[in-house]
Design a protein around this ligand. Structure first.
Ligand SMILES: [Zn+2]
Length: 500
């Protein structure tokens, strides 16, 4: 297959465009195009992402040549390709309504430029440097991100990262695109039946051919899937991660536990995201092995929606989903990714979203020294050691100083010409007013936990206790997490007051 393609492309590369060749040349080009198109159709999709990109570039080049030839031989009256016998779309062997990416494809860009011209796909991103937000935006091209789960959050996250010009994307999912997914962003009806990873690769390569895409159509929760997933993330030594960040955009506990375990083994930082089954709340969370709570340190936290939980999570109940909530969570997630990768602003540890109350609780979840995962406990010791080294202490001091400076230089609006007043509600007011416009790096004035034992949850957060989690209350008590119960009950009472 690949040979066929190469032969066709060589013929085309050696073309000789003499204005005198006229219609004969145009017909020849048309035939070459048809051959190319046939080769594309014959090739297996998963094998040919790179080839398709090259083909698209060639098709664009050839159609430009065709247009030139046509305008030369037909004069000004036919310059728009109005000859029904040889329209550009037909010459390409594609139906005019077909895949628009071939039209939109652009050549790869070697180096990100800050030049302000309409043809520069990166000018608005590079402007972040000029504005003093990011020191070196182009560093994003050296970053690789793995996105596990290409649903309503993951697919949108990959599109955002692609448009931001990330260097590489590894995409994981085992599902196919269905019509039932069309209430969300990203996938299109004509992609139904394709695997989500292939459909995503098709769309994303058209948007930005500079991003190196890798699709993995697989289930990571099987024994074989676990090994394949880990191998795909590692360098040749089998122990060192080759990605800068892993994003969990999955919808089940088992997949999150798998990602947690692989990331602990590879000492790989990851970010978790989730949207509630009632589609009105969600969260993102940062997990640095040893430095933050792992997914097994404390029961997973979710944002309380105030809706009766007994109506949710029943067997056979179809989960709701909204493109709005999923898009917001994807946006919050990728914003945190950009801050983490490009080292600006404050990288949030836990950020929740309750759409019913316009409420964004934040929290810092410390690792649990009594975590059920022994590897996590080991990572915690290593992390402590690493953080107490002189280099790390100096770096931490510099970072704290930079954050303090950022806070000091944040605009203080002493004049209030619009007469806006912030009214304190009884519950949740701190988070609400803070989320409304606090530009400082402070944690929105919300309480943060000071260790697992005795920690209090930020307002609006509650533990999610999936049946399959195997979390045993007696075990939690034995590990000093018993006091959490009081906090949750307290929280539930507050929530009841809030929704009542
Ligand atoms: Zn842990």
């Amino acid at each position: 297959m690949a040979d066929t393609w190469r032969r066709s492309s060589i013929t085309i590369m050696s073309e000789n465009t003499s204005p005198s060749s006229g219609i004969g040349r145009a017909v020849e080009l048309t035939q070459e195009l048809r051959k190319l198109q046939e080769s594309v159709e014959l090739l297996d999709q998963s094998l040919i992402q790179d080839n398709v990109l090259k083909l698209q570039e060639q098709v664009t080049r050839i159609s430009t040549k065709l247009k030139e030839t046509l305008s030369k031989i037909s004069g000004p009256s036919r310059a728009n390709g109005s000859d029904p016998g040889l329209s550009v779309d037909e010459a390409r062997g594609t139906h005019p309504k077909s895949e628009p990416t071939a039209h939109a494809a652009r050549p790869k860009v070697e180096k990100m430029s800050a030049e302000v011209v309409d043809s520069n796909p990166y000018s608005r991103l590079m402007a972040l440097q000029r504005m003093g937000i990011v020191k070196d935006y182009e560093r994003i091209r050296s970053k690789t991100v793995a996105v596990v789960g290409m649903g309503g959050v993951g697919s949108v996250a990959t599109e955002m990262l692609t448009r931001c010009g990330v260097g590489g994307l590894l995409m994981y999912d085992y599902d196919k695109v269905e019509l039932a997914n069309m209430n969300r962003l990203f996938f299109r009806p004509e992609q139904c039946g394709m695997t989500k990873t292939d459909a995503a690769a098709q769309t994303l390569s058209g948007i930005n051919p500079d991003v190196k895409l890798e699709s993995y159509t697989m289930n990571i929760t099987t024994v074989e899937g676990f090994d394949r997933f880990k191998r795909s993330l590692t360098q040749e030594d089998g122990e060192t991660s080759r990605v800068d960040l892993v994003l969990s955009c999955v919808d089940n506990y088992e997949a999150r536990i798998t990602i947690n375990q692989v990331c602990l083994e590879l000492n790989q930082t990851w970010m978790e995201s989730g949207v509630s089954e009632d589609a009105v709340s969600g969260h993102i969370q940062l997990l640095v092995p040893g430095g933050c709570a792992c997914f097994q340190c404390v029961p997973p936290l979710v944002v309380a929606s105030g809706i009766d939980e007994s109506t949710l999570k029943r067997e056979g109940v179809c989960a709701a989903s909204l493109p709005t909530t999923m898009g917001i969570i994807a946006g919050l997630l990728v914003q945190n990714v950009l801050k983490y990768l490009l080292d600006f602003g404050v990288v949030g540890r836990y950020l929740g979203y309750n759409s019913l109350k316009d409420f964004f609780p934040t929290m810092d979840i410390k690792p649990n020294p009594g975590c059920v995962n022994s590897l996590c406990v080991k990572r915690q010791a290593l992390y402590k050691e690493l953080m107490s080294s002189p280099v790390a202490l100096a770096a931490a001091a510099a970072k704290a100083a930079a954050e303090a400076e950022l806070e000091a230089t944040a605009p203080v609006h002493e004049e209030n010409e619009w007469g806006i007043e912030v009214e304190a509600d009884v519950v949740g007011a701190v988070g609400q007013s803070a989320a409304g416009g606090n530009s400082g790096p402070a944690h929105n004035g919300l309480s943060t936990c000071s260790g697992v034992a005795g920690q209090s949850l930020a307002e609006g957060l509650q533990f999610s206790m999936p049946e399959s989690s195997g979390i045993d209350e007696a075990k939690l008590k034995a590990e000093g997490i018993g006091e959490l119960d009081a906090g949750v009950n307290d929280l539930m009472a507050q929530l009841a007051a809030l929704s009542g």
